[in-house]
Unconditional design. Sequence first.
Length: 276
Amino acid sequence: MLIRILTIAGQEMRIGLRNRWILLAAVILALFSLSLALLGSAPAGTLGVDRMTVTVASLSSLSVYLVPLIALLLAFDAVAGEIDRGTLQLIFSCPISRGEFLFGKALGHFAVIVLALGGGYGVTAVLLLATGGGSQAALIDFARLVATSALLGLAFLALGYVLSAAARHTSTAAALSIGIWLLMVVLYDLALLGVLVSETSGFFAARILPFAIIANPADAFRLFNLNALGASDLVGGMAGIAEALPYPPAVALLSIGIFIVLALALAVVLVRRITP
């Protein structure tokens, strides 16, 4: 089983290299992170922290937008694309299960995201260390950011497989992916803010908001990282909310893991229902 999963994963890695996906994603992440690192020197001097810590705080918000988008662009044609190209029937005629096929795709795409994050954000970390803008503690923060960003990417990869298997057509899956990105990354927070501002009883803020935050992997990722940095003085917002939550912020990582498991399980169920 492991051999078959690794075979599919290796194929996805080769596709990522051939289509320049890894290079493109790494360049995009490097450009944005370098820009934030250069712009972050001013608040670092004011707050008395090193530039790398400020950069990690800024990248925590940046990753919420870029990493899910990269993951969905990788995943939207994982199943629908195979159907459109007529290769899914050939794949399923081989001695490989539907679950192995999907897990192999996930492993390959996850490796692409890890390489892109390591290359893109790694350039910024090296630059900051070389110019004296970082410390060993800040480097640990940077490594934690890369690891949790990869976990966030896996969550949206799993969601992308659900959309791809449900749509079964590349164009439909692409449209759904962009829509779900807008919904979960942009509109979700606006909706929570709108309800929070409009209600007067305080019930939503005390009983529903804490769990609505960790229900969305993007918000859970941001909550965990900003709290781990103690970033309330740097960015405010989500970091300040963490202090009033009825659970430790580490629960946010657990919620992302549960989201991944449930989404992958649903994707496997949908793939098993496909008749190529």
